[in-house]
Design a protein around this ligand. Structure first.
Ligand SMILES: C[S@@+](CC[C@H](N)C(=O)[O-])C[C@H]1O[C@@H](n2cnc3c(N)ncnc32)[C@H](O)[C@@H]1O
Length: 246
């Protein structure tokens, strides 16, 4: 049994895990994560290989800083922020820096290995906390001024996409925003279109739905929000922002 499996069992049995703020009742690791993304997110080797800004930059075809900046610019310093999954690179640390010590950042992830890793990255920000939680079943810890969902939707099946979008929208405070940054359908003649088609069919079976479905369409009721969508890099990436009026 790996250390992580042992920790998950211990946590399920009610034991606490040093270095991570973990809910007593842990979320189950969903099948899609075990079946399709074990190599990337559940394995220590995957984490060691992928968690470098340059690798993330490469995976996003040089757009990492631009996409991270696009998310950060929607977040007001001093605000209460939820990030709905850990990400490789330094988005969480940048968010913590950006909101400053007057703000509060909560980062959740369903995988304990990612939570512990992110906790280490956020050690120097006492106003940031990380815990195990399923983005599709958010607990009730009040509302947030901003919720950042960065490249999570494309990795989850359709029912999870709907549950994640609905859960996020239900937690946006008056005047607050939900910010989704993710894949989008590129232009017909985009040189990377065939490459991304191949990558998705080999590795990311739930991603291509974002080429044909609007993120807003996953909300069962977005009538309380205004929303905007911007695409970049020939349409390959999108930022969708839902704003709840004051
Ligand atoms: C945000 S996504 C992909 C991010 C992007 N590839 C990167 O790392 O830059 C990866 C994270 O989502 C987490 N995750 C997947 N399903 C989740 C869920 N239902 N709730 C919370 N976290 C989830 C995984 O454990 C993983 O840490």
């Amino acid at each position: 049994m790996s250390t992580d499996d042992a920790l998950v069992r211990a946590e399920r049995a009610g034991a606490s895990v040093p270095g991570a703020a973990v809910r007593p009742a842990l979320a189950e690791i969903p099948n899609y994560l075990r079946d399709y993304y074990h190599w990337a997110y559940l394995s220590p080797v995957g984490r060691a290989v992928f968690d470098h800004p340059l690798i993330v930059h490469g995976i996003l075809w040089g757009n990492y800083l631009r996409l991270m900046q696009a998310a950060l610019e929607e977040v007001t310093p001093g605000s209460r922020v939820l990030q709905t999954a850990c990400v490789y690179g330094h988005l969480s640390a940048r968010l913590a820096e950006h909101i400053g010590s007057d703000g509060h950042l909560e980062v959740i992830d369903i995988a304990p290995i990612q939570v512990r890793h992110c906790q280490r990255k956020l050690d120097r920000f006492p106003w940031a906390e990380v815990r195990v939680e399923d983005a599709a079943r958010l607990g009730d810890r009040g509302d947030y001024d901003a919720i950042v969902c960065f490249f999570l939707l494309h990795e989850v099946p359709e029912d999870y996409k709907s549950a994640i979008v609905d859960g996020i929208l239900s937690r946006v405070a008056p005047g607050g925003r939900a910010i989704f940054v993710d894949y989008h359908e590129p232009l017909r003649l985009h040189p990377l279109r065939p490459v991304m088609t191949m990558v998705f069919s080999l590795l990311e079976p739930f991603a291509k739905r974002l080429w044909t479905r609007e993120i807003a369409s996953y909300a069962s009721d977005a009538s309380a929000f205004t929303h905007t969508k911007e695409t970049v890099f020939g349409g390959l990436y999108q930022k969708v922002v839902f704003q709840r009026p004051e």
